[in-house]
Design a protein around this ligand. Structure first.
Ligand code: 13P
Ligand code: SF4
Length: 350
């Protein structure tokens, strides 16, 4: 990365001292992640957001829903800053509050809503988290989805899982032993979700039809191809991948899990990793004694994670030094109240 920008980022961080706390998701670019005080998966970053109450400014190097969650979980006197406001998430955009309310109205009309516990993946907007909080549900991340589902099935007979159909399906089938036929996919663009009342009545998991376009690129062919090419390879994927990819993999877990699995792997072992490319490249660099490769042949960055680059980070930090607060992410008090209920339930999972 540009040495001039690196020096400017260092100088600004030093000038801000303890007033500044920088969080970085594992999918961030190398040039950015080097300035994070804490790196983590979505769960760890949600926990860590509240860890520095004395910091006036939390610069969130990640995507919009993560910064919103950090704002919800921190005090009003702490400003959460997203260095580029265009760093959204296409999956989070696949569930709008109006659509989810419509789905709930349908379930209510069918007399099913009282049996349903809603769960939203962290990768959703604050008003979806608020919906879930208002309806006695909770948030989950890829590192606690199994515990969240068990929590929900201890309280209801069905789960409405938003917005990632793959995380919902993979967790229900892999970790809870459900059949694929226990899951239905609700399409918000079709009347009735594209499902019959009987299908909704019989389903244990009602999966919102959302997905991650980055992880959606990995296919069963990617797994077969790497197994043919590299005998003995360990296939390790993120649970946002499609079900058939997860079913064919050797190990599945969150970004933090993937990092720990590589740390624990023996020298000489081979790993094909199905997740975002910045992380896979960093793992390859950190483990020269292992063969670490990307699961697919086509490259696969998360374009919105990549919006946060060194120029944006430097600009944000220098604005703070100059006494201005750029790109502050705020959630209105009512939404934040209900969303916090759902986030706190996740943070309290055993
Ligand atoms: P985790 O870091 O929680 O595994 O999430 C991956 C992701 O897609 C974040 O956008
Ligand atoms: Fe969203 Fe997928 Fe990017 Fe994560 S990797 S931020 S789920 S688009």
């Amino acid at each position: 990365s540009d040495p001039g920008l690196v020096a400017r980022a260092r100088a600004a961080k030093e000038a801000l001292g303890d007033r500044l706390f920088v969080l970085g998701h594992h999918y961030q670019r190398d040039e950015v992640i080097q300035f994070a005080d804490v790196t983590g998966d979505s769960f760890k970053l949600a926990q860590q957001a509240a860890a520095r109450p004395e910091a006036e400014f939390i610069v969130f190097c990640g995507v919009h829903f993560m910064a919103e969650s950090a704002d919800i979980l921190t005090g009003d006197d702490q400003a959460v800053i997203l260095p580029d406001l265009a760093a959204g998430c296409s999956m989070a955009d696949m569930a709008a509050r109006r659509q989810v309310d419509e789905c709930w109205d349908l379930l209510t009309d069918l007399g099913l809503a009282e049996d349903v516990v809603p769960i939203t993946y962290m990768n959703s907007s604050a008003d979806i988290k608020a919906f879930v909080g208002e309806h006695d549900g909770l948030v989950c991340t890829s590192s606690n989805a199994e515990r969240a589902l068990r929590w929900a099935f201890a309280r209801g007979r069905k789960v409405l899982f938003l917005p990632d159909q793959h995380l919902g399906r993979n967790t229900a089938v892999r970790d809870l032993g459900f059949d694929l036929s226990d899951c239905v996919t609700y399409n918000p663009h079709k009347p009735g979700g594209g499902l019959t009342p009987e299908e909704l009545r019989d389903a244990k998991m009602i999966l919102w039809r959302g997905h991650c376009s980055v992880h959606g690129r990995f296919t069963l062919d990617s797994v077969r191809e790497v197994r043919d090419r590299v005998p003995g390879v360990n296939v390790l994927v993120h649970p946002e991948c499609r079900h058939e990819v997860v079913a064919a993999a050797d190990m599945v877990g969150s970004t933090e899990y993937i990092i720990k699995a590589l740390d624990a792997a023996p020298a000489g072992s081979a790993w094909a990793i199905g997740t975002e490319l910045n992380l896979v490249r960093r793992l390859a660099g950190a483990h020269p004694d292992k063969q670490v490769m990307f699961l697919d042949k086509t490259i696969c960055y998360c374009s919105t994670m990549n919006r946060i680059d060194l120029p944006h980070l430097v600009w944000s930090l220098e604005e703070l030094v100059a006494g201005r607060v750029p790109h502050r992410i705020t959630v209105d008090a009512d939404t934040a109240h209900h969303a916090k209920v759902a986030l706190d339930r996740m943070l309290a999972l055993p």
